[in-house]
Every structure is written in C-alpha cells, then in structure tokens.
Design a protein around this ligand. Structure first.
Ligand code: ADP
Length: 303
C-alpha cells in the first residue's frame, strides 16, 4: 500500500505537486491520469524517495521508503525507459541491479524471458527501440519480485501487441495481490486496464474513484433523445436548465438531466419521443470533463 498525505513539491517557482493526498491499495491496478505537466512523474519520484517533498508525508507499506535496505524487493519502479547506460547489454544492466540488491543471476535470465528480451539480452541497450527499452525497464522493476510496483507511462512506444502484453502483465500482478500504480495518457488503455483511477491536474487531486464509477458518473449526465418535435423539446429542456446539443440528424444530446426526467418532461409537454437513451460514457470523456473543469477552476484563480 502507498499513502500520499498532503504532499507538496516545488521546483523554483513551479509548484509541481500541491497538497496531494491519495492511497494506492493492493490487489488492483490504480491508473494515474492527468495532462502533461500535471505532476504525475514528480509524484512517482517522490513516492520512490528520489525527491523529497517540501511538505506532507509518503508511506510505502507503513514506512518511509528511503529507510529500505533492499529496495528492489520492496518496490519496483519503471520511471524512465531511456535512463539506462546505453553501452551496457540488457543482461549486464540487470545483473548489476541484481547484485546491488542481493539477488541471484538466475533471476536476470528469468526476467529477460518474462519480458521477451531473452534473444537480445547480450545486445547493447543503445540499439534498443523505445518498446524494447520499456520491456527492459519493466524487467528491472520486476527483478526483486516486489509487492509494490510503479510504472510511468509503460505503454509508450509499444505496438498493439506490446500494449496488450503490458495490460495483461499489470492485471496479472494485481491479481497476485500486488500494489500496482501506473501512469498513462492513454485513457482508452486505462479504461480496460485500471480498476481504480486517480486523476490530478496542476499537482492537485481531481478524482480518486473506481474506474467504473468515473465512467457511470459521466454517463449519467448525458442522454440521447430523438423526437419529431426536437426543436420544441430542446427549448423546453433548456428552459428547465438542461444543456442541449443538436446532432446532425436532429437528435439531441441532453446533459444536466437524467433520462427519467427528460421522459417525464416530454410527457408533461405532450411531446412524442422516438428514442431516449442514457449514453455509454467512456473513461476518456470522463477524464476530459474532469480535467477541463479543473482548468476552468484554476483559470479563474489564475493558478
Ligand atoms: P507529468 O508527469 O504529469 O507530465 P511532471 O511531474 O513531469 O508532470 O511535471 C510537473 C511540473 O513540474 C511541470 O510544470 C514541470 O515542468 C515541472 N518539473 C518537473 N520536474 C522538474 C524539475 N526537475 N525541475 C524543474 N521543474 C520540473
């Protein structure tokens, strides 16, 4: 379990993380979303003890991670795909990490196989594609068989097959009861990978909820309506405070009012409906709505 409590971090005049609190629980994949510059990487570096917060507290399994002696067997992290010394082979890179952490050589061979790099283990990392570098970073994170794993954008640069591989890997690790915290800007991917979502913007918490709840929250706010008297209905709904958008085929997308209320409204006005369907929300829509609302808020405050 990871606990982030009231954490702030400034770089000069930039506040990268601003009073952030959330928890990452074991047994599920927690997706970490936010626009570029939201503070995701900074938060991950703070959790890893690579940077120190200006205020607040971070606990990993009940204690501060910097106190750990064999970090790789407690927390595995894959933060930057390109941070490896390019002159080394993948094997030697992992071997150095293994030795530094008291892990056997056999673990290196095993991990190269797990991530599909066994055939290129002796090649220099310099020649690796971004996708291969991602796999190597994931191997390094898994090396110590840690119960807690952090991945910063692990799907970047991977082909669809690689993305599916990472997704299955993360889900499998969570199913083993591990704590999995993964940042991504690929909303569609997170929708099918993450069980729980933490969204931040401008270093602040925007949402912390089950992925399904974020989607249904968003879905509940939008209803597709078709009626032979669409313009009249739209006017009435708008007067009642709903936001109405016209589709090209005169369908209406109504938000701010649920389907039942729209139906009752139409009945009261004696307007026939040909369709009344709550919209399937997507995590991407929910995310865009949340982050847009946060930008407006910060825009007003000048933050
Ligand atoms: P994200 O990972 O969500 O894209 P980051 O954590 O990388 O966001 O960045 C958050 C903010 O902090 C950005 O404004 C970024 O420019 C700034 N920042 C991040 N790291 C540093 C650093 N080492 N020095 C100065 N500013 C930084």
């Amino acid at each position: 379990m990871i606990e982030v409590r009231g954490v702030s971090k400034r770089y000069g005049r930039t506040t990268a993380v601003d009073g952030l609190s959330f928890e990452v629980l074991p047994g599920r994949v927690t997706g970490f979303l936010g626009p570029n510059g939201a503070g995701k990487s900074t938060t991950m570096r703070l959790i890893m003890g690579l940077h120190h917060p200006d205020s607040g507290e971070i606990n990993v399994n009940g204690r501060r991670f910097v106190d750990s002696r064999y970090p790789l067997s407690e927390v595995g992290a894959h933060l930057e795909a390109r941070s490896v010394d390019g002159a080394r082979s993948a094997f030697n890179h992992l071997l150095a990490l293994a030795y530094a952490n008291g892990l056997p050589r056999s673990r290196v061979t095993e991990m190269l196989e797990t991530v599909g790099l066994a055939g290129v283990g002796r090649k220099r990392v310099k020649g690796f594609s971004l996708g291969m570098a991602q796999r190597l970073g994931i191997a390094a994170a898994l090396l110590g068989n840690p119960p807690i794993l952090l991945f910063d954008e692990p799907m970047n640069g991977l082909d669809p097959e690689g993305i599916k591989w990472v997704r299955d890997l993360l889900k499998g690790l969570a199913a083993q009861g591990r704590t999995i915290f993964v940042s991504s800007h690929l909303m569609s991917e997170m929708a099918i990978t993450a069980d729980h979502i933490v969204v931040i913007g401008h270093g602040r918490l925007i949402a912390d909820a089950p992925a399904s709840e974020l989607v249904s929250r968003q879905a509940a706010r939008s209803v597709l309506v078709r009626s032979p008297r669409a313009p009249e209905l739209a006017e009435a709904l708008q007067r009642a405070g709903a936001v109405v958008n016209f589709g090209q085929d005169w369908s209406l997308t109504v938000s701010g009012m649920d389907a039942a209320r729209v139906g009752e409204f139409a009945a009261e006005a004696g307007i026939v409906l040909h369709e009344l369907s709550p919209q399937e929300g997507s995590l991407e829509e929910a995310y865009l709505e949340l982050t847009a609302a946060a930008s407006d808020y910060h825009g007003v405050l000048g933050g």
